[in-house]
Design a protein around this ligand. Structure first.
Ligand code: ADP
Length: 501
């Protein structure tokens, strides 16, 4: 697997959680999964990182670069992780830098991932690459590397978030040493006169997956396609949506050591302790007769925080509500959150930055988890929240639709509360409704809470589905079965031993 993040080693968002959990589950199914990712300056150095005896040579931008490789294991598993040390590119603390440096950084990751297999004398059946940062591997294997033994490997590209595509000037092709005549075309990497790494991945991967069935359908439409809906429609026959699971070892309220008290759906006493601790940690008034709404996310428009901010003052003034926000991102949104806290210090708590332990306390101690996302490929936070007995209040979009059963007063069913319109008023109306359910119809709230806690969110089923995609991709790549789409996996016929049907 070629990735930029893997929890708990390197985490920015949900991509890391997937890469921390899916390999573990695949290993349980008997697969030999190995991860390759950059050794950023922020990764903790320890004796657990063992250097490989030889350096890895990566030819990039006209010269050869010597990369040191460190091997370790994904904690608690036998899954091998290879970290690429090249401080000139990866030495800073940031996982994602700027458009100026990112092409070199992630081109190196892709080139190095292939070269590493030779160094290790290890040939995977499948390169499973993630998002634009891993999208050049399928391109290399179909072009510069197409006559090499490794080109027999199938490639699977998973889209975790279509918004990030890796757009660069056309000189990125020279950096990568990719053949312009083959890839600088509108049906390959070319986009708006520049190059688009993700588009290259979409055209060249044997199979494509994304992180929920609803998102798989959404990204084929212009509203969600981020300019690539046409490309994705072309490959729709090779696209599968598989909803993420969660790592139920790491995210379990019965055993979570980050919580002041543990609990289960049979005994929720511990949750009340977490609730009080949450109010104390954010300096809020400690009271039972309010609804606490927790929000943990990257602070960007995608997450719908800008839907909450315009109505937050009204909510906090007129309703028995407390709001707790943990996040980092857009400076304007960070500022607006801080301002809100200053106006309502007793009912609104804000912590800016990344804080894993505090996120667990928010999932456990809140009454509701807010997720008003404008779009959401899958979302993991809503599943953590449900597992921790905190029903989500979420927009009806993407993976939220696939993972939350919307409360229905008539059917007396549901694991969370959902609303349709991406507008502050819709959110305000929904929060008034859910606050009323908590404070005045407690039995309904309890039912939703328990349903969520009992729901199955493990990686077992998704991992089986990925294994099926791998098998399918291997067969398609070997030419034993036709690919189902017209484009895709466009391995030129020049290489008979690996050509596609
Ligand atoms: P995305 O991948 O779009 O960021 P997900 O819901 O899939 O959204 O995953 C987000 C993950 O990142 C969750 O595990 C969430 O708890 C975590 N997270 C986001 N922001 C923070 C933060 N500021 N501190 C701690 N954890 C965070």
């Amino acid at each position: 697997m070629v990735t930029s993040e893997a929890a708990p080693l390197v985490k920015v968002g949900g991509l890391a959680d997937v890469l921390g959990a899916l390999p573990k589950e695949l290993e349980r199914l008997g697969h030999d999964v190995r991860l390759v990712l950059p050794l950023y300056g922020s990764v903790k150095r320890s004796d657990e990182l063992k250097p490989l005896p030889q350096p890895l040579h990566v030819f990039l931008a006209g010269s050869s670069h010597s990369v040191r490789v460190f091997e370790t294991k994904l904690p608690g598993t036998g899954v091998k992780v290879y970290f690429l040390e090249y401080d000139e590119f990866y030495g800073s603390l940031d996982v994602y830098e700027t458009e100026v440096t990112n092409d070199r950084r992630f081109t190196m990751l892709n080139r190095a991932a292939i070269n590493l297999c030779y160094l290790l004398d290890w040939a995977p059946d499948v390169f499973h690459v993630h998002d634009w940062v891993g999208s050049l591997v399928p391109v290399y294997l179909n072009t510069t590397d197409r006559k090499t033994p490794l080109a027999q490997a199938a490639t699977v590209l998973t889209i975790h978030n279509l918004q990030h595509q890796g757009h660069f000037g056309r000189e990125a092709l020279e950096v990568a040493h990719l053949p312009k005549e083959q890839v600088f075309r509108s049906d390959n990497m070319e986009a708006y006169g520049g190059v688009n790494f993700l588009k290259g991945g979409l055209y060249n991967a044997t199979r494509i997956t994304t992180v929920s069935p609803t998102y798989a359908a959404e990204i084929q439409r212009p509203e969600f396609g981020c300019g690539l809906d046409h490309t994705i429609r072309q490959r729709s026959g090779d696209l599968v949506g598989i909803a993420n699971g969660i790592d139920t070892d790491a995210w379990n309220p019965r055993t979570d050591t980050r919580l002041p008290s543990n609990y289960s759906f049979r005994n929720l006493d511990g949750k009340r302790v977490c609730r009080t601790r949450l109010q104390e940690s954010f300096g809020l008034e400690v009271r039972d007769d309010v609804a606490i709404y927790g929000f943990v996310a990257r602070l960007y428009e995608q997450k719908g925080i800008d839907l909450l901010l315009p109505v937050a003052s009204k909510l906090l003034t007129e309703q028995p509500v407390q709001i707790v926000i943990l996040g980092a991102g857009d400076p304007g949104l960070e500022d607006a959150c801080n301002k809100l806290m200053r106006h309502f210090p007793e009912s609104c708590g804000v912590k800016l930055g990344y804080n894993d332990a505090l996120s667990h306390l928010i999932y456990a101690g809140s009454d509701f988890f807010l997720m008003p996302s404008r779009f959401e490929p899958c979302g993991l936070s809503q599943m953590y929240a449900m597992n921790y007995g905190t029903p989500p209040v979420a927009r009806r979009t993407g993976g939220l639709i696939d993972t939350i059963i919307a409360y229905d007063a008539n059917r007396k069913d549901g694991t969370g509360f959902m609303f349709e319109a991406a507008s502050p008023d819709a959110l305000l109306g929904t929060m008034s409704w859910t606050t009323d359910i908590l404070l005045n119809h407690r039995e309904q709230y309890d039912m939703v809470q328990k349903n969520g806690m009992k729901a199955e969110f493990s990686w077992r089923n998704p991992a089986h589905k990925y294994a099926e995609v791998y098998e399918n991709a291997i067969v398609a790549r070997s030419g034993k079965a036709p690919t189902s789409s017209t484009s895709g996996d466009r391995l030129p016929p020049a290489s008979p031993q690996v050509a596609n049907a």
